[in-house]
Design a protein around this ligand. Structure first.
Ligand code: NAD
Ligand code: NA
Length: 395
């Protein structure tokens, strides 16, 4: 079929298999020339199909020839209806990995459930014996608690006061003010239940008790801080509470891994266009200004550049360069004083008229469509493609 982007609000309902494949192959190519010294060997990636999780899987496989198991929640294709992008990404990754002689298998389902955890555990036992790294990179709006069956929904709201600031609709380029009402107490608890650290801890507890974590095992989850501009709605809002919980969980995990000298870390990553971040108000305007400034300074990075630096200059390097709160920081370039000062200046000037000039709206849009395999260089979108692509290592 001919597949075209079909957008609704901040999501795209279609994905292009060839474009997704090209994105994955580009990331593989990037990592091939940047091997990780003493890198991981057997890696489980939760949230492995898109964004930072996919980049982590690629960096593990192609930076240190690691065997990878990927867990994700993606929609398979049906005749005439393309799959979700993470499906095509995983198909492309596993096809290439198998060609290159790398172990790569995956499990598609709800990572929050006992069932998917048990399935993953069995696969580790059967094929790998033990893992030495677990990457936790889930981004989900909902979580059904595996014990109680309660379905929690996360929200992106400020705590206490109404938040008012500018945002951009990146499809139309219109910059306008928006207001977001403060959350209820329940919203905080629900958001922590979805995006906090409880599920990460549950994975670790299960794998530790089943003795499938090797000596010196490491696990890392991803967090975000961001600028003062977005603080009220992000870091000091409901999602920030969840990130506080996630970050606190890293220390608890380290405690629970004492017997094997294991470590739990949080890495604070930079703001990037992903399916998760394009839904957050104010962030798209911030990102389009940030991209402009970071590209001008020649320090712009995508997911793969971020994770390559995380592995090669932090996790598997001599010095983790932890901050005062014990976190790894690969948002260090985004948060540089000179970068933030420039973004803040531009923020004051940003209007519908000025943004195309002072911001990188085009870069934002390109990245957004790239997530779904569209606007990718070298792909002929007029050509017929087979939407029925299989993931070769899918269990
Ligand atoms: P993403 O949407 O690209 O990836 C989410 C992944 O989670 C996908 O693989 C998806 O299939 C999987 N997933 C979602 N629900 C699932 C479920 N129930 N069961 C199994 N898999 C499920 O998101 P991302 O932006 O890469 O985010 C990953 C992490 O990085 C998040 O914790 C996010 O907060 C953090 N982070 C993101 C940014 C950013 O700007 N995008 C910055 C810093 C940190
Ligand atoms: Na991810």
């Amino acid at each position: 079929m001919i597949i075209e982007p079909k957008t609704r609000g901040f999501i795209c309902l279609t994905a292009h298999p060839k474009g997704c494949e090209k994105n994955v192959l580009n990331q593989i190519e990037y990592i091939k020339s940047k091997p990780t010294k003493n890198g991981p060997k057997n890696v489980l990636v939760i949230g492995a199909s898109t964004g930072f999780g996919l980049a982590s899987r690629i960096t593990s496989a192609y930076g240190s020839k690691a065997a990878t198991i990927g867990v994700f929640f993606e929609k398979p294709p049906t005749e005439g209806r393309p799959a979700s992008p993470g499906w095509y990404n995983s198909a492309a990754f596993e096809t290439q990995a198998h060609k290159d002689g790398l172990y790569a298998k995956s499990i598609n389902g709800d990572a929050f459930s006992h069932e998917i955890k048990a399935q993953t555990l069995n696969l580790i036992k059967k094929d790998l014996g033990k893992i030495d790294m677990l990457i936790y990179s889930l981004a989900s709006p909902v979580r059904t608690h595996p014990d109680s069956g309660t379905r929690f929904k996360s929200v992106l709201k400020p705590i206490g006061d109404t938040f008012t600031n500018n945002t951009v609709d990146f499809h139309t380029g219109v910059v306008k003010e928006i207001s977001i009402e403060p959350c209820s107490d329940e919203d905080i608890d629900n958001t922590v239940a979805v995006m906090g650290g409880e599920d990460w801890q549950m994975w670790i507890d299960l794998l530790m008790s089943e003795n499938v974590l090797s000596e010196d095992f490491k696990t890392v989850a991803y967090s975000y801080i961001g600028p003062s501009l977005t603080e009220a709605v992000y870091r000091k809002g409901t999602i920030g509470r969840a990130k506080d919980h996630l970050e606190a969980t890293a220390f608890k995990i380290t405690d629970s891994l004492k017997a094997i000298n294991g470590k739990g870390y949080v890495s604070v990553n930079k703001a990037l266009v992903t399916q998760a971040s394009s839904a957050i108000p104010v962030i798209p305007l911030y990102i389009s200004l940030l991209y402009k400034v970071m590209k001008e300074e020649d320090i712009h990075e995508g997911c793969i550049e971020q994770i390559e630096r995380l592995f090669n200059e932090r996790l598997y390097a001599e010095d983790l360069q932890l901050d005062e709160a014990g976190r790894i920081r690969v948002d260090d370039w985004e948060m540089r004083d000179d970068i933030q000062a420039k973004v803040l200046e531009l923020w004051k000037e940003a209007t519908t008229e000025t943004l195309p000039e002072i911001g990188d709206l085009e870069g934002y849009k390109t990245d957004f469509f790239n997530l779904f395999g569209f606007n990718v260089d070298g792909i002929d979108y007029d050509k017929d493609v087979d939407e029925m692509v299989a993931i070769p290592g899918l269990q």
